[in-house]
Design a protein around this ligand. Structure first.
Ligand code: BGC
Length: 787
């Protein structure tokens, strides 16, 4: 796809949206629409601009146009539809030409979601496509465009759906027997694809292959991903090949994909003696590390690879340390980011969800912006959130919202932590990329969201209803481990979680309003924010400094966001520590608490404790899964038990990025570089490392919009050497913890409490760090009982 293609975005559409009359409806063979056309003279600037309701592959004279995957992508199709633009001069010839477009069900009408009555034909029952080739001066000439004149027929893709996979009959040739029908469609819904389209990454060869007792061949590609297999097959005669996918093997080493739930995730191929070269599915993708191939007939696999796909293929950050488990965890987060940034930020790529969950995206947005350039992708997502926003201001749990367009169905929307994606993500885009426009664009939606949450408050405290699905129901600290079942540990209440998030969103909206020149709004929201602050303190902070919900998430969020009054900080910090001691030094946090836990500990001067919690290797903890062989981030802390037993298949994804949000802390907290809200987009970089005993030597980088930022430190005895690089055109501020003594920067002593500012280039700070005595008892009887 070419972006900003030769100004074609400014030109109105001549083409009509047409549907193949050969289409048999949802689950039927993919159709093609086709047209022969004549080119009198080639200009060399010809472009194809194209989109579909469904997914498309386009061919000109039998050659595929572009290499993008799952185009036109996933949007709220009733409101917005992306189109792509391709240079096609090289595919055209003078004289007779043919254009053919295959159209599959895609997100448009594949069953999505797991609840039968909701999942069918979400956006429509009829697939269609719109396309035009333009050339000549200012692209004013129309070479060909979709209209009533096209023909249609079936393709060898006999069935293709997102969760299902694909059936492909290589013995059939595409055919054209029927015509097309022009569909009523408003071209104003067409928007140039706002982010990079999904692309293939370098294919992965199997690292291992073996046969099971039933003669099926299993391939291990060594990496869990989202994508598909590509394979070449030879055959002497009629044969059938079935490919199934799995993320893990069970404790007996057997293929296991019970966790895909109702997602069939298969590829079925029909072959004859011609075999099939370089096949990969057209309109689907799967989350997998293993493939199981069952052959009936004479077919033979000549080559098989796993082809990962992603909207964010290039990593823009790295983190390495002296701890290999940590290094692998960081890699796993990169893979989970890739696998779940597939035009929409999804929760997982394998089971019958793969949906744009707002809470997951909200907690991971900061990490995502480091791990790959996620700006355009997240802007697009924020726009989907805005389309889905309900009239009362509620933001949906998932966007594009698969239930909104189904009248009469219960909405899944309005949970704090999830809906706050509408404030948190634009704010992160401002911090990371200096994008003020998205703040201005999203501000009205932020205000509506705040109004919605405010409508659930009484005296400044949000009181979410307890019934799932009720208006404003709160998902709380989703997947928070609760300790031994004999004596569950207290967890944050929905009222505290929701009030905390209201406070966070109000803070962001105040800043956004100030920045986009809306001082009145800022003042009004600031007042509300103070009301919420006072209410929170009255309701949830006891006179002794203990929080009403005495759990890690409550302390982490309240301390990180400044909701504990200064005279109670020391006591609250002690209670926070106790909440960690009670879990034997393990985390006790879910989706919303986990990203806050370690930054909060560092903020209250407990950096060493943060390091210990992070580095402990048991459940629940980040490194346990790496010990268990994870190559992507797990949804649950306890997805596989130490003896290999796999958790209940009902909700057990091995590729969910939410808990990978700790990578933001590894970069900002440990390596210690972060954006400065007063000079966003890394015009000013704050350097503030946290020395963690057991991680030395640490090295990290991030390719910011201003250039590469890097930081590294080594701990030798009690001496730390911290080296950092400020990119050209930026400045750096070194803010060392007051616990670090005898500090020098570039050879000159730093006064206690000073925050020296430096220019671009490499700088070296040295200081002393006293390794604290170990604080935690990992083998407490309680810890032994943790899930
Ligand atoms: C998804 C989550 C999501 C949650 C909230 C789950 O099924 O996988 O990641 O945030 O539902 O409803």
């Amino acid at each position: 796809m070419i972006k900003g293609a030769k100004g074609v975005e400014a030109i109105g559409w001549a083409a009509k949206m047409i549907r193949p009359l050969a289409d048999g409806g949802e689950g039927a063979p993919a159709s093609q629409i086709t047209r022969e056309f004549h080119v009198a003279r080639l200009n060399g600037n010809e472009v194809l601009r194209i989109s579909a309701l469904g997914l498309y592959w386009a061919f000109i004279n039998g050659r595929r146009v572009g290499e993008d995957v799952l185009t036109p992508g996933w949007t709220n199709y009733d409101a917005r539809l992306s189109y792509q633009v391709y240079d096609v001069a090289g595919l055209l010839k003078q004289g007779a030409n043919t254009i053919t477009i295959w159209i599959g069900d895609g997100w448009y009408r594949s069953p999505l979601m797991w609840i039968e009555e909701r999942r069918k034909n979400i956006w429509g029952t009829r697939v269609s496509a719109i396309a035009e080739i333009r050339g000549g001066a200012d692209l004013a000439d129309i070479v060909v465009c979709t209209d009533e004149q096209w023909g249609s027929g079936e393709t060898p893709v006999r069935k293709s759906q997102i969760y299902f996979g694909e059936i492909f009959d290589a013995t059939l040739a595409p055919e054209t027997q029927e015509g097309v029908e022009v569909v009523d469609f408003d071209p104003r819904k067409l928007i140039a694809h706002e982010c990079d389209p999904v692309r293939e990454l370098r294919p992965l060869d199997p690292v291992k292959q073996w046969q099971d007792s039933e003669g099926r061949t299993l391939y291990d590609f060594g990496q869990n991903t989202a994508g598909y297999v590509r394979l070449s097959l030879a055959a002497e005669g009629p044969s059938q090949v079935l490919i199934e996918h799995a993320e893990v093997l069970d404790k007996h080493g057997q293929f296991y994909n019970g966790n895909y739930r109702s997602a069939e995730a298969i590829i079925r191929l029909h072959l004859d003696e011609r075999g099939l070269a370089d096949y990969s599915p057209h309109f689907t993708y799967q989350g997998f590390r293993y493939a199981r191939v069952t052959i009936s007939g004479s077919a033979r696999v000549r080559r098989i690879q796993s082809v990962p796909i992603s909207s964010v293929p290039e990593a823009t950050a790295s983190f390495s340390s002296g701890n290999q488990l940590v290094n692998r965890f960081f890699e796993n987060a990169i893979w989970s980011h890739r696998s779940n940034f597939i035009d929409v930020p999804t929760d997982c790529p394998q089971r019958d969800e793969r949906l744009g969950f707002s809470g997951d995206a909200q907690v991971f947005a900061g990490t995502a912006c480091y791990l790959a350039d996620s700006h355009d992708f997240l802007v697009k997502y924020v726009r989907e959130l805005m389309v889905d926003q309900a009239p009362d201001g509620a933001i949906s749990h998932t966007s594009p919202h698969i239930v909104r367009v189904k009248p009469g169905k219960r909405m899944q929307y309005g949970s704090t932590g999830w809906g706050d994606a509408i404030t948190v993500i634009p704010w992160r885009l401002y911090l990371q990329y200096g994008d003020k426009d998205i703040l201005a664009e999203a501000l009205p939606a932020m205000l509506k969201w705040i109004d919605f949450v405010w409508s659930l408050t009484k005296d400044g405290i949000v009181r979410p209803p307890a019934t799932p699905g009720a208006r404003g129901f709160c998902l709380g600290d989703w997947l928070q481990p609760k300790g031994p079942s004999s004596k569950p540990l207290p967890t944050i209440g929905d009222d505290a979680a929701a009030t905390l998030y209201l406070f966070i969103s109000l803070g962001i909206a105040v800043r956004a309003a100030e920045l986009v020149g809306e001082p009145e709004i800022a003042r009004r929201l600031s007042k509300l924010r103070s009301e919420v602050e006072t209410a929170f303190r009255n309701e949830f902070v006891t006179p002794s400094g203990r929080l009403a919900y005495d759990d890690q998430t409550s302390y982490a969020l309240a301390l990180l966001h400044g909701l504990v009054p200064s005279d109670k900080l020391a006591a609250a910090t002690r209670y926070f520590r106790s909440a960690i001691m009670r879990t034997g030094g393990r985390l006790g946090t879910g989706f919303i608490g986990t990203p806050a836990l370690l930054p909060a500990l560092v903020k209250v001067g407990e950096g060493a404790l943060a390091g210990e919690v992070f580095l402990q290797e048991d459940v629940p903890g980040w490194l346990y899964q790496v010990r268990m062989g994870a190559t992507t981030v797990w949804e649950r802390w306890d997805a596989i038990q130490a003896d290999g037993t796999i958790y209940n298949p009902q909700m057990n994804s091995f590729n969910h990025y939410a808990f990978g949000a700790v990578c933001e802390w590894l970069l900002e907290g440990v390596a210690g570089f972060r954006p400065d809200e007063h000079a966003p987009g890394f015009e000013s970089v704050i350097f503030s490392p946290t020395v963690v005993d057991g991680l030395s030597p640490v090295a990290a980088h991030y390719d910011s919009i201003r250039g590469r930022i890097s930081a590294s430190w080594t701990l030798t005895g009690d001496k730390v050497r911290y080296e950092f690089v400020v990119p050209a055109g930026a400045r750096g501020t070194l803010r060392l913890s007051p616990d670090y003594r005898d500090a020098e920067l570039d050879g000159a002593p730093i006064m206690v409490g000073a925050h020296p500012i430096v220019g671009p280039g490499r700088h070296v700070a040295v200081f002393k760090y006293a390794t604290p005595a170990k604080q935690l008892v990992h083998d407490s009887p309680l810890a032994a009982n943790m899930p």
